[in-house]
Design a protein around this ligand. Sequence first.
Ligand SMILES: [Zn+2]
Ligand SMILES: [Zn+2]
Length: 584
Amino acid sequence: MSATKNPTQLEDLRHSCAHLLAAAVMDLWPSTKRAIGPAIENGFYFDFEFENSISAEDFSKIEQKMHEIVKTWDSFELQKLSAAEAKADYPDNPYKHELIDEFSEGGTKPVSFYKSGNYRDLCKGGHIDNPKEALKHFKLLSVAGAYWRGNEKNTMLTRIYGTCFPSRDELKSYLTMLEEAKKRDHRKLGTDLDLFVFSDLVGKGLPLFTPRGALLRELLNEFSQELRLNVGFERVWIPHITKKELYQTSGHWDKFGDELFLVESQETNDELVMKPMNCPHHQQIYASRMRSYKELPIKYLETTTIYRDEKAGELLGLSRVRSVTQDDSHTFCTPEQIPLVYQELIEIVKKFYDALGMKYRARLSFKDPAQSEKYLGEESLWQLAQDTILDIAQKNKLDYYVAEGEAAFYGPKIDFMVSDALGREWQLATPQLDFVQPKRFGLTYTNAEGKEQTPVMIHFALMGSLERFLSVYIEHTAGIFPAWLAPTQVAIIPISESEHDYAQQIYSEMKQENLRAVVDYDNKTLSAKIRHWTLQKVPYLCIIGQKESQNKTLSLRSRDGKDLGIMSLYEFIKENKTHFEKPI
Ligand SMILES: [Zn+2]
Ligand SMILES: [Zn+2]
């Protein structure tokens, strides 16, 4: 969500609002201990240690106090204090004392405070000039527990989240969006539509997919894979545990550190880990024999799960999990083949996201020219790759922008920023060039002159993480999946028992036509049944009464309550055939 044209300004506004929140809290509950209050994406928070706990019911009281206090705030005035003076402002506050020791480098340097009205706080800066006029359109949103410095060994503080906008309208539309997002929350829809569950016995961040959820997942995965199989990708398969040495060679051991799950072998001395990535394995398949330029590009495809030991506090529904399934692929090619391969991948992204009705922008993530030393790989290769990416973005008429400094140290990439129905942007597909890993693993091919060369590798997952993609897609559609993806496509509803035989016959015929149908034999009223299947967001309701049974017809209804008329099964299938099929 971009609320204003200048993100720094918005950040300053929100951080200033965090000051105001703390001022109000200190006024209402003077014994409270303050910690920190930064601006974050979409708002701000402030961490406190309260003497008595507070709840969302206190928000209106706090907000009222904030409106009152801000009237006396003309500016944020910088004050320099010695460490001792600073600490005196916070009696018995270990959090501030820790920060003061840090900022003053052990008491040797003064620290900065910002004062507005009668309130001041330790702060490094980043405020608006005119709090009295600008800090008006804010709202406190939620309260949660948060460990001091995010460390589970520390005290649990109370975090109050809020947001602030430059205008009333912007605040209002943001709050409306939040309301809508709450209704579409994929965790709620996941339960309502019976798509996935969690079990305490299985563990946190380890989702289990029900038959309906697994079907949805597999249909999306099939679509994603088919687009690549069509352009010459081949499936491979790798195991989920690996010797530690593989990741030491690839460099992932240092990169992932404490995010790795370690596995102990009772039979060998091998130190094993659950794989946090698939690339090194796929490279070992490439490296299993000599390769000639004639074989390239070599394209491997695999949907497989990786494991990352995320912090418990950061796990969230399907958005953040510990078992992450990637619809991954790796292409090995010559530098000359980069344009061709990249063009194929861009077309795949377009087909996939267009078919799902999701808009996207392309962020061309290039190196920061001022910090060339940060990046590995030959300069000429970088130049070629970045020129190619820019050229392809233009040729394909992508809505793109260049982001210098966003490249990985091992190569440039395009990040597809996909926006959902609520206007939120998500980084999903990312064709990523890699000049470094093939060298680390000593991958080669023989060129036309018989010389050994290093191939370029392109990492590419279309959905990225299936779990995260599903969280976005479920919220984007609000669970109203297109017919080809709906776990149940047709609900057959006989009005009374005398139509059960005909309903069963229709069901069998639909099954033969590969439609996913259910028959509702329940003894409830027709309107209760219609309500149930409408809430389940089944695309077609097929109602069978005496007349339909006699005439061998169906009375069709859509999930949004539209009467689609009476027709034969043959007509129904013929008319809706394209809706039931994958959109390629
Ligand atoms: Zn500040
Ligand atoms: Zn990869």
